[in-house]
Write a protein that binds this ligand. Structure first.
Ligand SMILES: [Zn+2]
Length: 320
């Protein structure tokens, strides 16, 4: 998923908002806060957060906080909690229904969790007393279609079928949208795979002069769930503090979206160490891990990358 910020950000700086999010978390003595908890305790509006960071999850990531609930926290969310939040978002957007994409922006829970709990997006809406969502009528770009296929593929942990779209209520766009653009669902999937595979082999490569890019923020591509993986960064850096500046790499540390997707696909959207997958357990968070750490000269190439769940990835860091 890409986050694009609006040009205009108002008077506030990103840091002011992030510091306030950290302050609230610290006061509540927790490393995870939901948007509604923030709204009760924080200084800034949800609109400001959205304008600066796109989504709440992204804001949490940038603040260095946990961006996902634990399995226990997930279990403690009741169906009624989900319905109430859906109704809240419906009021917020002034509608009698809540499209997926609006919920992604404004919801306090993850769309994936709602899908897992209720099977279909529309079931959750109907239970909440809302209208079933219609599909977006706007002109959808090819890239938006690819992004949506990727999102569905990761949510399901398998190739999405046309039934997932017509019956599952999983897609933000109608089956017709995909058919119109690509000539059929199968053709849409083929175009998607071609797009993934047509990644220029050197897309992750860079001139040697720019190789000390550790200062760059690790991008969201590091994890399926849009969560950067600060732990491995810290571990890598801690292991080899002096080599980082001088080590020359052919590739950048960042894993671009297509490469990330190829690694996930090859590893069947499962942790290579323990087999955990978000399709079976929505609390599982997959990271893409450098097998030979980047700080030790490991390159960002598919052969040196593997899918690990956050638990196994943390384990790997502390053992190494
Ligand atoms: Zn694992």
């Amino acid at each position: 998923m890409r986050f694009e910020l609006n040009e205009y950000k108002g008077e506030l700086s990103d840091d002011e908002i992030l510091n306030d999010i950290r302050r609230v978390a610290q006061n509540l003595n927790t490393d995870y806060i939901s948007i509604s908890v923030y709204k009760k305790n924080g200084k800034h509006s949800q609109t400001a957060i959205q304008r600066h960071f796109g989504t709440w999850v992204h804001a949490l990531e940038l603040a260095g906080l946990r961006s996902k609930r634990t399995a226990e926290e997930l279990k403690s969310i009741s169906n009624e909690d989900y319905y109430a939040d859906l109704r809240r978002v419906a009021r917020l957007i002034g509608s009698d229904t809540v499209p997926y994409e609006s919920y992604l922006q404004f919801g306090q829970y993850s769309c994936g969790h709602i899908f897992h709990r209720f099977g279909k997006w529309n079931t959750a809406l109907a239970n909440a007393g809302l209208k079933e969502t219609g599909f977006s009528k706007e002109k959808i770009s090819k890239q938006q279609c690819f992004d949506e296929i990727e999102r569905m593929w990761i949510t399901l942990g398998r190739q999405p079928t046309s039934t997932d779209i017509t019956k599952g209520g999983l897609s933000a766009y109608s089956l017709d949208t995909f058919k119109r653009r690509f000539g059929g669902w199968r053709k849409a999937l083929e175009a998607f795979i071609e797009y993934i595979n047509n990644d220029k082999p050197d897309a992750n490569f860079m001139p040697a002069a720019n190789s000390d890019c550790l200062e760059q923020k690790e991008e969201n591509q590091e994890s399926v769930n849009e969560r950067p993986n600060p732990s491995s960064q810290i571990n890598d850096a801690a292991q080899n503090p002096t080599q980082i500046e001088t080590k020359s790499h052919r590739t950048s540390r960042n894993i671009n979206a297509r490469l990330r997707y190829k690694v996930l696909l090859r590893d069947n959207f499962k942790c290579c160490a323990c087999g955990a997958s978000p399709a079976k357990d929505p609390s599982v968070e997959l990271h893409i891990d450098h097998i030979v750490p980047w700080s030790k000269g490991g390159e960002t190439v598919i052969e040196n990358l593997q899918t690990l769940c956050s638990k196994c990835n943390l384990g790997k860091g502390s053992d190494a």
